[in-house]
Design a protein around this ligand. Structure first.
Ligand code: GLC
Length: 545
């Protein structure tokens, strides 16, 4: 089998912090509760930043902290420039940013441009009458001739994407919940107001944004029906019954994306140190279009494909190569293994393989995005029906799509509620039953634990120019083994991952820099590397090799 040297020959240009660095996602409700109300908050995060600096990440992305009725836990915004009292105050936010910067951590906010809460004053004005000067800030259509919704578009969270506003007799569009009406980004004042939100937070010192639900931003001006999805099967989310070709990922979306990027540049950022990372669930060939031409798009469209790829070497190598081949010249890759919307990696592949997954994520070419708690091996927590909080789970109860299991409190210690909140408080979601054995305090002293593995991987990545900036080349992808090389000039690292529960051998030579079992540091492989079940290793070829 021959493998093409895929990409990254020019990768030595990895000079921006977001290219060299690793991003850590915090779901603020679940990270640390300083106020004692059972919900995490900004002061809680600030108090734990030293942990993240110790771990060795470079930036935090904080899911929404804005004023919100919390129907979608902050992704339904009432004021994009105010902090919800549940999370604290603007002063708390400023304190968080300055402490983060003191620790050399960057801060990314979650920018929610596509929709607001139904309680946003803009929507109240817009719905007041058909003649309201704010009417066009949202998307209104007359009913179909039979009185039903204007077209067949569906909400991502189940049901029609249109809700009738009885007082004006028109429907409004919402890609998500009926209480999350979509903004009209074709209307210039909306664009100006939402770009102003970026400027507001840039002026407060944030280092960039994760852009929420970006593919939904523009809709077909003719409102055509979406075609049926020929691959739809029972058990899939009802949203997937149609192909959202007219409601998402339109060709002209790149224009507002370029306007966002310009807003960052104009904010005294010609060196592009402030990051736009876009949430995009689209095929790879469509994803890479979001880099835009001549650096006018996102620095990184988030690449979520690893989450949905079969855990087999052939499938993973094919994904990496397809992605590398699709990347435009100079575009920087991104990899995501988990987030607040998807089942945790340790649940998807199992605790033993989660170590291999960590090594994969932190040794691929491009910026890794970590999800809080994955560094401990946290798993999805079963949620009893009466404790379900996620609106998506409530709207399509039988599909098992609920997102609460991956949003449970961070496990800090073996104390009550895993140290997430005071002992006499009930956390907003149940803490994992296994927290006494799986928590930060315990794992900080455990030389073999998952946390130590993450920390060692992060340190190795930081010190190795081959791992941070080098090219990628598949060496082998069969029989349960994925092996690849990362190269930068004369520097080279080899990664060999056993994706199975039985031992394997790989024809590789070099000094073991790190094993997922953390125990082979002085070993060398001379033509044959033996991997135990569920083991991965990073090798550095001997200089003379
Ligand atoms: C994004 C968020 C998700 C949220 C949705 C609506 O997909 O990641 O959590 O529910 O947007 O804002």
């Amino acid at each position: 089998m021959t493998f093409r040297r895929t990409a990254g020959a020019e990768a030595a240009a990895a000079s921006a912090w977001w290219q060299r660095g690793v991003i850590y996602q915090i779901y603020p409700r679940s990270f640390a509760d300083a106020s004692g109300d059972g919900v995490g908050d900004l002061r809680g995060i600030t108090g734990r930043l030293a942990y993240l600096a110790w771990l060795g990440v470079d930036a935090v992305w904080i899911s929404p902290i804005y004023l919100s009725p919390m129907a979608d836990f902050g992704y339904d915004v009432t004021d994009h420039t105010a902090v919800d009292p549940l999370f604290g105050t603007l002063a708390d936010f400023d304190a968080l940013v300055s402490e983060a910067h003191r620790l050399r951590l960057r801060v990314l906010l979650d920018y929610v441009p596509n929709h607001t809460s139904i309680e946003h004053p803009w929507f109240a004005e817009a719905r007041a009458s058909r003649d309201s000067p704010r009417r066009d800030w949202y998307l209104w259509r007359d009913p179909a001739p039979d009185g039903g919704p204007p077209n067949n578009w569906r909400s991502v969270f189940g049901g029609p994407a249109w809700t009738l506003d009885p007082s004006s007799g028109q429907y409004y569009y919402h890609a998500y919940l009926p209480v999350q009406p979509d903004l009209n980004w074709r209307h210039p004042p909306v664009r100006e107001a939402m770009l102003g939100v970026l400027r507001f937070w840039l002026a407060r010192g944030v280092d960039g944004f994760r852009v929420d639900a970006l593919r939904h931003l523009l809709k077909d001006p003719e409102w055509r029906d979406n075609p049926p999805n020929p691959n739809f099967r029972n058990g899939m989310s009802p949203y997937e019954a149609l192909l959202p070709v007219y409601s998402t990922d339109l060709d002209d979306i790149h224009e507002p994306v370029a306007a966002m990027r310009t807003a960052l540049r104009e904010h005294g950022d010609p060196s592009d140190e402030r990051l736009l990372l876009g949430e995009l669930y689209v095929p790879i060939e469509r994803l890479v279009r979001y880099y835009g031409r001549d650096g006018r798009g996102l620095q990184m469209p988030a690449n979520m494909h690893l989450i949905a790829t079969d855990w087999r070497p052939e499938a993973i190598a094919a994904l990496v190569e397809r992605y590398e081949a699709a990347l435009p010249s100079g575009a920087w890759p991104n990899w995501v293994l988990g987030n607040h919307d998807r089942s945790r990696i340790a649940t998807r592949v199992g605790q033993a393989q989660a170590r291999v997954a960590a090594m994969l994520l932190l040794t691929l070419r491009g910026t890794p995005t970590l999800y809080y708690g994955d560094e401990l091996g946290m798993t999805d927590v079963p949620i009893p029906p009466e404790q379900i909080r996620d609106p998506y789970a409530r709207r399509v109860p039988d599909l098992g799509v609920g997102r609460d299991p991956q949003r449970t409190p961070m496990q800090w210690s073996a104390e009550a509620h895993a140290g997430f909140c005071p002992p006499d408080t009930e956390p907003w979601l149940p803490v994992s039953a296994g927290y006494k054995h799986l928590n930060v305090a315990g794992q900080q002293n455990d030389t073999d634990g998952m946390l130590t593995l993450y920390r060692r991987l992060l340190a190795l990545r930081r010190e190795s120019v081959a791992l941070t900036a080098g090219s990628y080349e598949t060496i082998r992808a069969d029989d349960g083994i994925l092996a690849y090389a990362r190269m930068s000039g004369s520097q080279r690292m080899l990664v060999a991952l056993n994706l199975t529960g039985t031992p394997r051998t790989v024809a590789l030579s070099g000094r073991v820099r790190l094993s997922t079992q953390l125990d082979r540091q002085s070993e060398s492989a001379n033509g044959v590397l033996r991997l135990r079940s569920n083991e991965g290793a990073v090798l550095e070829p001997e200089r003379s090799a």
